[in-house]
Design a protein around this ligand. Structure first.
Ligand code: CP
Length: 316
């Protein structure tokens, strides 16, 4: 059984990238694999892009799709084994995963970090428990520490848009009023380390990502220095890994603005969305011809379709 939870589940990233571009050119060309198969999408947290693009991907493959916002529509789920369930939770994740497995051939699940206990989040407690109890392959729709479908879409977008063989890609921290997980940033780093790019991360002191991800990558605390000559600027907020869950919304000089983009080599702007305008990025930048945010969102469909097709074919 093949699960998809990180770039580590791929045997050959370039082969997957090639397949994604092939699917994008012929999205309805693989329907024999999805016929009479059912995808279940389970959301414990909100979504726009992941929900719709993964549904579209499955429909393009001829699959049936069922979607449930388990976090708001289902019974309250118990995640811990051995609990005496005489309090708020009504259904254990073991039964929930086992039951959904009987209705579906592949299950997608979204579960965010709670940002309260770093060890618990980084153990991927919920995703791991769900996979342990599921009887069919599971695809991550974003987990506590990773967002592989987003990163795959970002890789496709960079491949389509790059003008040189090995572009400079800068992942820049940006301010945000709320504490956000590190998942998108961790995952982007993990995928870019396997891609043919020069990756630079820039973030304020105290906001370094886990060394598990940054090992071998240039990390600069001077954003202007990092942006110099960049071909792609990927903006994202994440809360502190070191001082787990802490934020710094007052660091407004980290907002991606036109003067910042002027430091780049006519760089393209990227963000996974949803984005807080004039906090993370100015209107001027996100509305410019160099913004790729809609292209990224569009490629979510082909990333998901490639992953689902590989799972249906059960090949790595
Ligand atoms: N980028 C992304 O995952 O968007 P949603 O949270 O809307 O799914």
């Amino acid at each position: 059984m093949m699960n998809f939870t990180s770039v580590k589940d791929l045997t050959n990233i370039n082969a997957w990238l090639k397949k994604a571009l092939e699917i994008k050119a012929n999205p309805f060309g693989f329907q024999e694999f999805g016929k009479n198969k059912t995808l279940g999408l389970i959301f414990l947290n909100p979504s726009l892009r992941t929900r719709l693009s993964t549904q579209k991907a499955a429909l393009n493959l001829g699959m049936n799709v069922m979607v449930m916002n388990l976090g708001t529509e289902g019974w309250s789920i118990e995640m811990t084994d051995g609990t005496v369930m005489d309090q708020g939770s009504q259904e254990h994740i073991k039964e929930a995963a086992g039951v959904i497995s009987q209705y579906c051939d592949i299950i997608g699940i979204r579960t965010f970090a709670e940002l309260k206990n770093r060890d618990e989040d980084y153990s991927e407690k919920v995703l791991t428990k769900f996979i342990q109890s599921a009887k069919v392959p599971v695809v991550s729709l974003e987990s506590a520490t990773l967002h592989p479908l987003q990163s795959f879409a970002d890789l496709i977008t960079i491949e389509e848009q790059k003008k040189i063989t090995r572009p400079k890609v800068v992942l820049s921290w940006a301010p945000h009023p709320r504490a956000l997980p590190q998942a998108v940033a961790n995952s982007f780093v993990e995928w870019m380390k396997q891609a043919d790019v020069e990756l630079v991360i820039t973030n304020p002191v105290g906001f370094d990502l886990s060394p598990e991800f940054t090992d071998g990558v240039t990390v600069l605390h001077n954003q202007n220095e990092a942006l110099a000559g960049a071909n792609f600027v990927y903006a994202k907020n994440w809360s502190s890994y070191e001082n787990y869950g802490q934020t710094a919304p007052n660091l407004t000089d980290w907002t991606i603005s036109k003067p910042k983009m002027d430091l780049t080599n006519n760089g393209k702007f990227m963000h996974c969305l949803p984005v807080r305008r004039n906090v993370v990025v100015t209107d001027e930048v996100i509305d410019s011809g160099n913004s790729l945010v809609l292209e990224q969102a569009n490629n979510r469909t082909y990333a998901a379709q490639t992953v689902l097709l590989k799972m249906l074919q059960n090949v790595g």
